[in-house]
Design a binder for this molecule. Structure first.
Ligand SMILES: [Cu+2]
Length: 120
């Protein structure tokens, strides 16, 4: 289940927002004609938040982010260090880069579950 959520977040980051919106429209007129895509339910839950990478510790997978509000875990905008669910996430980014992140509470610890470089 956690793995599915991470995949859904990543797919949103790569342009699935548009298809999600289209699916929502078509469901109202063709409710029985097609099955909703499996990602439709988690699309809005997996929203990404803008952040800037302040520091990266690739060895431990800790990433310090200056981030906007993380509404899903009730955290206001701030700069703080987060662990990553997979250290590969930390290895892809560098200090100073703009990113979009998904942070979730995993066993009570705010954890980066998805992180993609922002276009600008
Ligand atoms: Cu914080």
């Amino acid at each position: 289940m956690k793995r599915f959520l991470m995949l859904a977040a990543l797919s949103c980051a790569t342009g699935a927002y548009a298809s999600y919106a289209l699916a929502g429209d078509s469901m109202s007129t063709m409710s029985m004609a097609m099955n909703p895509p499996p990602s439709s339910k988690t699309g809005s839950d997996a929203a990404l938040t803008r952040a800037e990478v302040v520091d990266v510790d690739a060895a431990t997978g800790m990433v310090t982010l200056k981030h906007g509000e993380l509404a899903n875990i009730g955290m206001p905008a701030m700069t703080m260090a987060y662990r990553t669910k997979d250290t590969m996430l930390a290895k892809r980014v560098h200090a100073g880069e703009k990113v979009r992140v998904r942070v979730e509470n995993i066993k009570g610890t705010p954890t980066i579950v998805a992180m993609v470089k922002a276009a600008s």
